[in-house]
Design a protein around this ligand. Structure first.
Ligand code: FES
Length: 152
């Protein structure tokens, strides 16, 4: 079977789908190649992700990866969310076909972009290297951070 049960479950029953109107941080990323767009909204309390939602216009894998990524960071400190790798997302989903790995990169990057937005809005100092990565990589045409295995 092409997709694991976890992928199908998160695709058919996405967790934390929606929008947080008064979010403390919002991250939006897109993949230039497939045209998919993912947006992550954070509510932060005392450095902890109190609530998180996502809206994704994209493939089933993009929906599944955003769904599980939000589950993985909810209730966690921001620093921990920054450590969420696309690899961990793929593992939690029981794997993805190779040509779909870039969808998980989108999830990692959307989370990072939302944390960065939170830091920017709240004047929190951070190491810019945390958010570099694919910015310099022409490989997948993605271009906004994270080079941890775009798989293309
Ligand atoms: Fe674009 Fe999956 S095909 S994110």
């Amino acid at each position: 079977m092409l997709y694991s049960d976890q992928v199908m479950d998160h695709f058919l029953h996405p967790r934390n789908a929606g929008v947080i109107e008064d979010a403390d941080g919002v991250g939006e990323v897109g993949n230039a190649k497939c045209g998919d767009i993912m947006k992550v909204y954070l509510k932060v309390k005392d450095g902890i992700i109190d609530d998180v939602k996502f809206s994704t216009f994209g493939c089933g894998s993009a929906i599944a990866t955003s769904s599980i990524a939000t589950e993985m960071i909810k209730g966690k400190p921001l620093e921990e969310a920054l450590r969420l790798s696309n690899k961990a997302v793929v593992e939690a989903l029981g794997g993805l076909p190779a040509y779909k790995l870039h969808c998980s990169v989108l999830a990692e990057e959307a989370v990072k972009a939302a944390v960065k937005d939170y830091y920017d809005r709240h004047g929190v100092a951070y190491d810019p290297h945390l958010f570099s990565g694919c910015a310099d990589c022409e490989h997948c045409g993605y271009g906004s951070g994270g080079n941890s295995g775009c798989g293309q």
